[in-house]
Design a protein. Structure first.
Length: 393
């Protein structure tokens, strides 16, 4: 009987030991962090970047789940980019390998370690591993609503059972897609100019903290204020992985229209002063009308033929009118010392009238677009050209 009793005692001891170890085994969940990369100097790096860091508790291996990969050699890549149909994908790679490119570019990287329940951390790690498989990795990219930061945000929210969105969706700092895009693109003049002129009223609605998380640095700010299931801060600790050695993220600053109005009125005054010098006015008007017409044609294309929702119904079309292209033969005639015909004057006054009408309708619109600086700059120029050239017989 003793051998059986000894075996029973040994079995009982094993069961007790296993019961004691179960909580520890259950707690051995992956460690989850959100890496935030500061803006770079290349145009597609201006908004910063982020990724989810998963550390295996058994091996200590750190995997970066990075949603920011695309292949410019894919067929029709440029065409799909222009049409708003570009595809990105999620890539899982060793964290050191992912960080190397940011180290070489001088971009700072920090990580926010999250205090997630073990089951939620494991579910997130499993979901990311499935999502990173080639058949699941691709997603339709949108600059504002489906980028690297919103993919990270959405993955965290799903793992938290919707708690992240519940805590952020009802709060706002008053930022908009336009204000954030123009701010972050400011170091590249052509880039902020393109955003400010090319974005329609969709880009001017106030964003919730959930929506403004399309900017990785805004997501990092919001995560600091989020609570987990137990009511503790979601961000357990923050750690700098790489120092930032290049220009910092542009600071917020108010946008004022009066400098644009001063410039517009000054140009109008010069135009009126030169109203008897037709050749000079033609030389000024030709590139102005060409730029306005081409910009307007591009805006019409974005509205009517692409999936770029942020560019639809752009009110700058009142100012950057494709009709300006019809004025180019008249500008050439002026430079040659000849007076354009009646049709030129009709189109000229129509362009000026539409610019003024657009300004009036802006005040009556239920969904206004912030383009007051462009109104202040361009409306006086259109009006002055119409007055100077549209009255000639």
């Amino acid at each position: 009987m003793r051998p059986r009793a000894g075996a029973a005692r040994a079995l009982m001891l094993c069961l007790l030991l296993l019961a004691a170890l179960l909580p520890a085994l259950a707690a051995a969940a992956p460690r989850i962090g959100v890496m935030t990369m500061q803006p770079g100097e290349v145009f597609f790096e201006r908004f910063g970047h982020d990724a989810i860091l998963v550390v295996d508790p058994a091996t200590g291996a750190a995997t970066s789940y990075n949603f920011g990969y695309f292949d410019p050699t894919e067929p029709d890549f440029v065409g799909r980019f222009v049409r708003g149909e570009m595809m990105y994908w999620l890539v899982a790679l060793p964290a050191d390998q992912d960080l190397a490119q940011y180290r070489d570019a001088g971009r700072g990287v920090s990580v926010q370690w999250l205090d997630l329940e073990p089951a939620r951390a494991q579910a997130l790690a499993d979901a990311l591993a499935r999502r990173a498989r080639p058949e699941n990795a691709r997603y339709r990219y949108d600059y504002f609503t489906a980028n690297c930061a919103t993919q990270v945000r959405d993955a965290l929210d799903e793992a938290m059972g919707g708690a992240l969105k519940a805590q952020l969706a009802g709060r706002s700092r008053g930022n908009s897609y336009r204000s954030e895009a123009v701010r972050l693109a400011r170091p590249a003049p052509w880039m902020w100019l393109g955003f400010d002129l090319g974005l329609g009223p969709y880009a001017d609605r106030p964003l919730s903290r959930w929506d403004e998380a399309f900017v990785p640095m805004r997501l990092a700010d919001s995560l600091r204020e989020v609570r987990n299931d137990a009511g503790r801060p979601l961000v357990q600790a923050e750690q700098q992985l790489l120092p930032h050695r290049i220009a910092p993220e542009p600071a917020e600053r108010p946008r004022r229209a009066w400098p644009w109005a001063v410039a517009g009125l000054a140009l109008a005054a010069v135009i009126l002063a030169l109203r008897r010098r037709a050749r000079l006015l033609g030389a000024f008007a030709a590139p102005f009308w060409l730029a306005c017409g081409l910009a307007g044609a591009l805006m019409l294309y974005l509205w009517g033929f692409t999936a770029h929702q942020a560019g639809w119904a752009n009110r700058n079309l009142w100012l950057l009118d494709p009709l300006c292209l019809l004025l180019l033969p008249g500008a050439i005639a002026l430079m040659r010392g000849r007076m354009p015909g009646r049709l030129f004057r009709i189109v000229l006054w129509t362009v000026a009238a539409l610019a003024a009408l657009g300004w009036v309708l802006q005040w009556l619109s239920p969904a206004p677009q912030y383009n007051l600086p462009w109104v202040a700059l361009l409306l006086p120029v259109h009006a002055a050209l119409a007055f100077a050239l549209g009255r000639r017989s």
